[in-house]
Design a protein around this ligand. Sequence first.
Ligand SMILES: Nc1ncnc2c1ncn2[C@@H]1O[C@H](COP(=O)(O)OP(=O)(O)O)[C@@H](O)[C@H]1O
Ligand SMILES: [Mg+2]
Length: 233
Amino acid sequence: MLVRLEEIHTYYGKSHILQGVSLEVGKGEIVGLLGRNGVGKTTTLNTVMGWIKPRSGRLIFKDTDYTSFPSHKIARMGIGYVPQGRHLFPKMTVLENLKTGMLYTAGDDGLDRVFDLFPNLKERLDQKAGSLSGGEQQAVAISRAILKDPDILLLDEPTTGLMPLFVNSLLEIVRRLNEQGMTILLVEEKVPFVLSLSHRIYFMVKGRVEYECRKEDLVGREDIFVKYLGVHP
Ligand SMILES: Nc1ncnc2c1ncn2[C@@H]1O[C@H](COP(=O)(O)OP(=O)(O)O)[C@@H](O)[C@H]1O
Ligand SMILES: [Mg+2]
């Protein structure tokens, strides 16, 4: 097991947001985390990254309990994060944005890997990140995370604001990354996107994981989507 959350309870002030979240992601897996708006998916990822400290529960990475580690140490130990909304520096160039991902790594060879996944970025290096299309900005955000050479990538709503064409190419890119060995924890509202990529899926309801299954188990189980998401897939 690469990452495991054990009975995580997280608060914002007095609001009890995560109410005993347990889940795990194995090496090489794509795991989807589904749930309605506001159930705590982003809070879960922020907790995995150490951006928010859980009040109780344990966070495990490669058999190490890292619950008390500071977030900069967590980022260095091999967990990459592409947050909701991408968090790029819009007035900095693409290359400058990418370089913020290269602080801890040895050299420039990571860039070849990025250009292999996103060939178009090569011509955009001197452009301001804020001037790019949504799809290109997502490419920069993913590239920046990959450049830190993580063992696992957390993706939060990566298709938000993307045109359908870009959604499809993002799907192929995530699949390729996984085929190259990247483990992925994917939070995403677009159910078909999650279904086509994930090996396993967790359904969250109000701060808890209510259901867990393999993708194959969902064939013909429309009732599960209705029950946990309130939608027909
Ligand atoms: N910074 C914050 N301060 C207080 N409450 C927050 C904050 N961020 C999120 N919340 C609340 O926590 C709950 C879970 O939010 P979030 O994890 O963003 O849900 P999701 O990603 O599943 O839509 C929501 O009720 C939201 O209003
Ligand atoms: Mg969210």
